[in-house]
Design a protein around this ligand. Structure first.
Ligand code: F0G
Length: 450
């Protein structure tokens, strides 16, 4: 059979409110042209994020009922710990309420003034947590990763020569950890190859630098390795994921992505002394080490989610349906980051709105146009998100696909709407910021149209 179907059926539905263009115009103005400020009820297709937006399975919901809510050593905790240990091989498993809580603990321990922390591309919360500790975050993605049209199969890879140069410049002693984001969210959701992970591991070992994964989308990365890396096609996604973790000394994970849950995170490590210090911080701000700011039922849902996500039929459907959106946008003449990655399609907003300069936020203009035209909520990953101090290599608009939530006809609607906006692209207007906080400004900044 040629058609790859959604490998699940729908047991429960949530109605979508269908707004008119006039209603959306008023809503957009009330939100000061920032879709983070638009109530979700007023969104028709919500592609703001794939984070915490998954539909849980019947088994996950059953686990929610079985959750053991004991304060210490609950049954759900032991199930969660076992699943994560078997998947990652990491002896120390710390539950947290989401990815950035893991980051905050890790960088409070390893960061600090004078320290430099490289990655392929740091996600914005990772960068913010590193900088909050006083350390410097450096992005070392390969040059191919900065060009939307380049079809390199692993555009999330780190540039090994740049890593070596950085180590020579600042000294290994000032690099407390090297990170790698799999898949590379800020760089277009592009995967990292096993070969590159092995090379980075070797460099880190030579210089005695710990190597950590930001493994939010480890399963999608593993499946893209299976599809694209020579010699990997006959291995299971699970085996590949296990090898990815085996190459690392630790990992931060937001379970809101490939954990297939609505809330939750993990901090993993091998080093006993570091884990001891991390546990102390965990108790200080998150909760006791066997629940970390979550309910027992959340741990059950995560344990099940981290198992289900490696189902090959699920991953085949997931990666294929993302590619479907990307291929149809390309066919409509819309430039995206090629080839399609795992969790999202990234539109090249600089190409889409060629008449709008970066200082007038072409990505934000496109986000507003998609909402106005069809009630689609996307997110800008460009000059608004990165700020004036670190101009981004690309002006992107991300259409993130929630896991197991939308069907093919929802995606066809998005394709149609994007094509219609593209036909009228010369009418899109740039924006200026009227108000913005000092950090993570994309969430709350207010805009007006120029
Ligand atoms: N790392 C990566 C690569 C991420 O994509 C995210 C979140 C985090 C860390 C932080 O995790 O939200 O659980 O605290 N990304 C979401 C997104 C918000 O929309 O891409 P968190």
């Amino acid at each position: 059979m040629k058609t790859i179907i959604e490998p699940f059926k729908i047991k429960m539905v949530e109605p979508i409110k269908l707004t008119t263009p006039e209603q959306r115009e008023a809503i957009l103005r009330r939100a000061a042209f920032n879709v983070f400020q638009v109530p979700a009820e007023e969104v028709i297709i919500d592609l703001l994020t794939d984070s915490g937006t998954a539909a849980m399975s019947a088994e996950q919901w059953a686990g929610m009922i079985r959750g053991d809510e004991s304060y210490a050593g609950g049954r759900s905790w032991f199930r969660f710990e076992t699943v994560l240990r078997e998947l990652t091989g990491m002896p120390h498993v710390l539950p947290t309420h989401q990815g950035r809580a893991s980051e905050r603990i890790l960088f409070e321990l390893l960061g600090g003034a004078g320290k430099v922390i490289p990655s392929n591309n740091h996600f914005d919360t990772t960068r913010a947590n590193i900088e909050h500790s006083g350390a410097k975050a450096v992005d070392l993605v390969i040059d191919e990763g900065k060009h939307p049209r380049n079809r390199h199969p692993f555009k999330g890879n780190m540039d090994i020569a740049k890593l070596e140069t950085l180590i020579a410049e600042v000294g290994a002693a000032n690099i407390p950890v090297c990170m790698m984001t799999v898949t590379n969210n800020s760089g277009g959701g592009q995967p990292v190859s096993l070969a590159n992970l092995r090379e980075v591991r070797a460099v880190c070992t030579r210089h005695h630098i710990p190597f950590f994964l930001d493994a939010c989308r480890f399963a999608e990365n593993a499946y893209l390795i299976k599809l694209r890396e020579p010699g990997q096609v006959n291995r299971s996604a699970r085996e590949i994921a296990q090898e990815m973790f085996a190459l690392a000394d630790g990992a931060t994970i937001s379970a809101k992505k490939d954990g297939l849950v609505n809330i939750g995170g993990v901090l993993l490590m091998r080093d006993d002394a570091l884990a001891q210090r991390a546990n102390n911080l965990l108790i200080l701000t998150e909760g006791f080490v066997t629940y970390g700011g979550l309910a027992g039922r959340d741990l059950e849902a995560m344990a099940q989610g981290f198992t289900e996500v490696l189902d090959e039929h699920y991953l085949e459907y997931r990666i294929r349906s993302t590619a479907y959106l990307g291929e149809h946008l390309l066919k409509a003449g819309i430039q995206i980051v090629e080839p399609p990655g795992g969790h999202a399609i990234y539109i090249d907003a600089a190409a889409f709105c060629a008449h709008i300069p970066p200082a007038q936020f072409p990505g934000q203009a496109l986000v507003c146009a998609l909402y106005r035209h069809a009630g689609i909520r996307a997110v800008e990953i460009g000059s608004v998100m990165f700020g004036a101090d670190t101009p981004p290599p690309m002006e992107l608009v991300r259409l993130a696909i929630p896991r197991r939530v939308y069907t093919q006809s929802h995606i066809d609607y998005v394709i149609e709407a994007a094509g219609e906006v593209f036909a009228q692209r010369s009418k899109l207007r740039g924006l200026r910021i009227t108000e913005a906080p000092p950090m993570l400004r994309h969430f709350t900044a207010r805009f007006e149209e120029i």
